[in-house]
Design a protein around this ligand. Structure first.
Ligand code: 0A1
Ligand code: ZN
Length: 883
């Protein structure tokens, strides 16, 4: 066991910085083994601070010398620890000159300055800048940066940093230089540099105002045929932010750079966004529809950060969701607007709900549960979570639901009017939304301070004589670590009432302005509240929480008949989908119980007939039909059970899929043929929806395939004109249970794509997630020459997909999956603590498993926790799991 216990940082302990920085000049002499960084920092005392000592963070770097106002400081004049350089009793105006040395080639953490495929990149969020030079590395210190880069010209022909290129030239000795200046002040976490051998696609683009800007997408040589979609997405993002929010690009030059080794998706460094290759590179041959959608979303996300994150930033890291929740909401709206149709919007909304249920609800119910604005953390990198991002986006969306689109825009305008150029808090955003709309959002604050997923329980009463319909909504929220009791939330619940013919009844609600509309937003603020609908001419079926108007669990005792009615008729497509999910979930829970009890399994015709009708309903978008046919995942089913038996869940879900496949074979085949997308590949939503439905049909047809189905899949695999169809056919063959077919296709796929790293990731990922792949097979795959733990994408593709997407094997009864998990967490931690800590999270829900598995899981967790040298990142996760 490690002896020093990691330090917890509390939000309540915030103090303003003692010194503010006006400008920073950085000089880099880049060398993989020994990079020298010279910095000149002009600072002045912050009147808001009582402290006179300058505190500069610094980690894993060597201090060569420090001068204060020109004078070299003796070691006795400062204090240097492993994480901080402190200069006590400093005068009001200070210029510091600091020289540091570092070794980027040894930096496997991918935080700070590092080398990837012989090129230099930086990643400074959250606290990476301190791995480059000593600095007050906190987001409320905003300064202007000038950066001089010097490097070997032959090896690093491209030298990039934030802002504008103001000078470049030769240094004579085979080296060259480039000088960059960022006209905007920024926190250190937005600093970036790239020194590399890269090529770019570039374009001049005219803003609505008429100003011309230069857009560039930088990639390795050989990848220029994969940059069109990222460039198009960037242009779409720029236009969208102008139109929807009146926000213009504030720089003359905007760059996207792709790097193969990256811990996250991408990073919004000012004017120099650095991206995981996964979110840049695409063409029909190598990328799937899902990849294309990811590129559009992430390019948008990083671009939108330029205003929500960069121009207005966070006061401290507890406010992370201020920029992340808001920016995810913006990228979600962007993706929805890009599709443009109502069902298209609904399809994106359904995807968001699925992500919440698959990942955020479990987080909110587990040992790492935290509020959208946390009160404490050990390692900030562990708080780039689905709660901060996706639940944070839901919180922002609720403002829009409460004040409408126009009211939301007014709130955004006021937010920028008040806070441009500042580092602020979540409360400031809430105040802007409230003040711009004359609303009281004080209770709404609880969405930021209380963790846990609220449960809203509905009950209803219809009185035919008075034509009134009463809807009672009661809310509660389970306790979470450190928060045993919760107060009521301010919850928007969008409601409609369906008539017997499936149409919407006009709504009149006492005390609520509804005026006969077909949907109304009710505001639930008490523990329990009754809403009275009048002029209700017939007993309705309530459609509750339309468009998933709040991130809650909604409970209502729907009958099957009511759910079928909603599934067939609800005018809100999200709730239509939801009714189908409820029908499926009820059955999956019963089947899981039956498997565990050793009883015979059966699926009713009603459910099958509903699925049959939906599958062939040509009035519905294929994309919607596909979503409505996917059964709740094994993870989502598990969340509904007090005690989880992964094998029983797997068997129950497989039984249901097999039964559907057998009953609907002709319809599935018909849809398979009806939804082909011949001709040139296009990632547009309609074509992607057709492929999704067709490939879902294929996967069903290959559950228990005869020779004809195997041939169908192989034919698609061989003749596919795009990666979506090729990968789907390969997955179907892998899951078909026919080893010869699966192995042949895998070998041919690898042969065709071995030089495409992102496709090799898919090859590993598909195998890792197949129920036929046991832990022994994963170990075998790890010996493949293409496997390495050092590349995060590769580690995720094999190891994370096994632990997170292959529950029946990961949870093998003998605990071998957990022992493997422990080994990999430990091995990864030595290389890259951030990635290791994410893998550590796979064990979050261990206390919910059947006792036999729990004891194996505890053993594995204790093994990790007992390691002599463990990063704070992993330590925080495993100790919270065991607490
Ligand atoms: N701000 C980025 C995400 C990001 C966070 C941390 C990173 O390294 C530790 C990298 C990227 C975003 O929201 O896109
Ligand atoms: Zn972000």
């Amino acid at each position: 066991m490690r002896t020093d216990s990691p330090q917890t940082i509390y939000r309540k302990d915030y103090t303003p910085p003692s010194f503010l920085v006006d400008s920073v000049e950085l000089g880099f002499d880049l060398d993989p083994a020994r990079t020298v960084v010279a910095s000149r920092i002009r600072m002045r005392h912050n009147p808001a601070s009582t402290s006179r000592s300058i505190e500069l963070h610094g980690e894993h770097i060597e201090l060569v010398q420090v001068r204060l106002n020109g004078k070299l400081l003796k070691p006795s004049q400062y204090k240097l620890t492993a994480s901080m350089l402190t200069i006590p009793k400093a005068p009001d105006d200070v210029t510091l000159d600091i020289e540091t040395v570092l070794a980027p080639q040894d930096n496997t953490s991918l935080s700070g300055l590092y080398v990837s495929n012989h090129n230099f990149f930086t990643q400074c969020e959250a606290e990476g800048f301190r791995r480059i030079t000593f600095f007050p590395d906190r987001p409320d210190v905003m300064a202007k940066y000038t950066v001089m880069l010097r490097a070997d010209k032959e090896q690093y022909p491209v030298l990039l940093s934030n802002g504008n290129l103001i000078e470049e030239g030769d240094l004579g000795d085979g080296r060259h230089y480039a000088k960059w200046e960022d006209p905007f002040k920024k926190p250190s976490y937005l600093f970036a540099l790239v020194a590399a051998r890269l090529v770019c696609q570039e374009e001049r683009y005219t803003l609505k105002s008429g100003r011309e800007v230069l857009l560039q997408v930088w990639v390795e040589d050989g990848n220029l045929d994969k940059t069109d979609y990222a460039m198009q997405s960037l242009k779409n993002s720029i236009r969208w932010d102008e139109e929807r929010f009146g926000l213009e690009l504030d720089l003359d030059r905007f760059m996207i750079v792709a790097v193969g080794d990256f811990n996250m998706g991408a990073m919004e460094n000012k004017g120099l966004n650095i991206f995981n290759t996964k979110y840049v590179l695409a063409n029909a041959r190598v990328a799937t529809d899902v990849d294309y959608a990811g590129i559009e979303a992430v390019v948008g996300h990083e671009y939108f950060h330029n205003w929500t994150g960069n121009r207005v930033t966070c006061r401290d890291w507890f406010q992370l969701s201020l920029k992340e929740g808001l920016t995810v909401f913006r990228d979600q709206e962007f993706s929805a607007d890009m599709i443009g149709t109502d069902t298209g919007r609904a399809v994106t909304r359904i995807d968001q709900v699925r992500t919440l249920r698959q990942a955020q609800f479990p987080e909110d119910a587990g040992p790492m549960a935290h509020p959208v604005r946390p009160d404490s953390f050990v390692e900030i990198n562990n708080f780039y979570t689905v709660t901060i991002y996706e639940k944070g986006a839901e919180v922002v969306r609720m403002y829009q639901t409460l004040v409408g689109r126009d009211g939301f825009r007014k709130g955004m305008d006021l937010y920028f009017e008040r806070h441009d150029g500042q580092a602020v808090q979540c409360d400031d955003f809430r105040a802007a939304m409230a003040d711009a709309n004359g609303r009281d959002f004080s209770q709404f604050e609880r969405w930021y301070s209380q963790a846990g997923t609220p449960i809203v329980t509905a009950s209803t009463r219809y009185d035919a004589a008075s034509q009134t319909f009463e809807l009672t909504l009661a809310q509660s929220c389970p306790s979470t670590p450190g928060q045993p009791k919760k107060l009521p939330f301010h919850i928007p619940v969008t409601v409609g009432l369906l008539a017997a013919d499936g149409g919407d009844l006009p709504l009149y609600v006492d005390g609520v302005a509804s005026n006969g509309a077909t949907s109304v937003v009710l505001e639930l603020t008490q523990a329990s509240q009754t809403f009275r609908f009048t002029q209700v001419t017939q007993a309705p079926v309530p459609s509750l929480l339309r468009d998933f108007s709040a991130p809650v669990v909604l409970e209502y005792g729907y009958t099957d008949a009511e759910l079928l009615h909603l599934f067939r008729h609800d005018s809100d497509p999200v709730n239509r989908w939801e009714a189908g999910q409820r029908l499926a979930m009820e059955r999956l829970l019963k089947l899981t119980g039956a498997v565990a009890a050793g009883e015979a399994l059966a699926l009713d015709d009603t459910f099958i007939e509903a699925q049959r009708a939906l599958l062939a309903d040509e009035t519905l978008d294929p994309a919607f039909r596909e979503l409505a046919l996917i059964l709740p995942s094994e993870t989502i089913i598990a969340e509904r059970l007090a005690q989880v038996d992964p094998q029983a869940i797997h068997a129950a879900r497989q039984f249901m899929r097999r039964t559907i496949a057998a009953a609907l074979k002709p319809e599935l085949l018909a849809q398979y043929h009806a939804n082909q997308t011949p001709g040139e590949y296009s990632p547009d939503a309609l074509s992607a929806g057709k492929r999704a439905l067709k490939n879902l049909a294929l996967s069903y047809l290959l559950i228990a395939p005869a020779a004809a189905e195997l041939d169908l899949a192989r034919l698609q695999f061989d003749n596919a004109g795009n990666m979506t169809d090729r990968a789907a056919a390969l997955a179907a063959l892998i899951h078909s249970g026919s080893q010869p077919h699966a192995q042949a296709a895998l070998a041919s796929f690898y042969g065709d794509f071995e030089n495409e790293a992102l496709v090799v990731d898919k090859w590993f990922a598909m195998q890792a997630a197949a129920p036929s792949t046991d832990v022994q097979a994963v170990r075998q795959l790890m010996t493949h020459p293409a496997f390495t733990l050092k590349n995060p994408n590769r580690a995720r593709s094999l190891i994370f997909n096994f632990t997170n997407a292959n529950p029946s094997q990961f949870h093998a009864a003998d605990g071998s999956g957990y022992a493997f998990w422990a080994e990999q967490v430990i091995a990864l931690d030595a290389l890259n603590p951030q990635v290791a800590a994410r893998l550590a999270r796979s064990m979050d829900r261990w206390r919910r498993y059947v006792p036999a598995l729990q004891s194996h899981m505890r053993e594995a967790l204790e093994k990790v926790a007992g390691q002599a040298s463990l990063s704070n990142d992993v330590m925080e996760v495993v100790s919270k799991a065991l607490a």
